[in-house]
Design a protein around this ligand. Structure first.
Ligand code: OAD
Length: 244
């Protein structure tokens, strides 16, 4: 019997609780996209295994070697586009359709929630659909890889991915919307995140005071002791069971 099958009765209770929720909030991390074939950040084969974070995802790393950074983001962009949303992404879109007050905040930059049909999505760490200029307000779509010969922008700045890098603040409007929705929530699902990255993790530990918090993750995380219940399973096994 699979682990998830063993806890089906408990999942039924959670499903009813979720169905009754007046305000539902979901926080996701890279674990939810692992079943779409995209590597997590800190797991086996995680992205930081082959490169140092500061080389790839920081303003300093970009200033030092923009071509290396763009090579990596062009590869990730291609992997995102080749991936398809999993049943876990689709289950969350279904949950949204059943709840008038539903917010999904994701740390992922892969657009898979939007492609699965989720609508009220807050992309806390940005996305890879566009590049923006470091110096002016210009933006350009990333329908194609950014040519490495075209990193310099006419204004004197450089094109960079529309991603939040280490050491940078989250976009203020997105963050404000996330914490307001989290404070309002009476049920929160925390799916596929290690809870190691601030401030995103504080949504579950600090701003979910009024919510019954359900963690869905095969492994214990930094926030497991802060939540009301941990469901130890893969997102694609558990989430479809939680949709009424
Ligand atoms: P991590 O790699 O830190 O954590 C991934 C989590 O997903 C782990 O807790 C795994 O146990 C869990 N997991 C793996 N497979 C799963 C599955 N099938 N179902 C459910 N859970 C599964 O990734 P994040 O928490 O997303 O930020 O990392 C947060 C941020 O750190 C990223 O957004 C990125 C990185 O620095 C930036 O780039 C700004």
């Amino acid at each position: 019997m699979s682990e998830v099958r063993a806890i089906l009765p408990a999942l039924r209770e959670l499903r009813e609780r979720i169905a009754r929720a007046q305000s539902l909030f979901v926080l996701t991390g890279s674990g939810i996209s692992s079943e779409s074939g995209l590597p997590t950040f800190r797991g086996v084969g995680g992205l930081w295994r082959t490169h140092r974070v500061e080389e790839l995802a920081s303003p300093d790393g970009f200033a030092r070697d923009p071509q290396l950074v763009w090579t990596w983001y062009n590869e990730r962009r291609a992997a995102h586009r080749a991936a398809t949303p999993s049943v876990a992404h689709r289950a969350l879109a279904q949950l949204e359709a059943q709840h008038a007050d539903f917010t999904l905040a994701t740390q992922n930059v892969d657009s898979l929630h939007l492609r699965a049909g989720s609508k009220n999505v807050i992309e806390l760490h940005g996305h890879l659909r566009e590049a923006r200029c470091t110096d002016c307000a210009a933006r350009r779509p990333l329908d194609e890889p950014l040519p490495l010969a075209a990193i310099e922008h006419a204004c004197g700045g450089r094109w960079r991915p529309d991603i939040v890098w280490f050491g940078e603040p989250l976009p203020p409007a997105a963050w404000q919307r996330a914490i307001e929705s989290a404070r309002r929530a009476d049920v929160m699902l925390v799916v596929g995140t290690s809870g190691l990255v601030a401030p995103a993790a504080s949504i579950a530990t600090r701003y979910a005071a009024a919510a019954y918090v359900i963690e869905i993750n095969p492994d214990p995380t930094a926030i497991s002791t802060h939540v009301d219940v941990c469901v130890r399973g893969r997102a694609s096994d558990v989430l479809p069971e939680l949709v009424a």
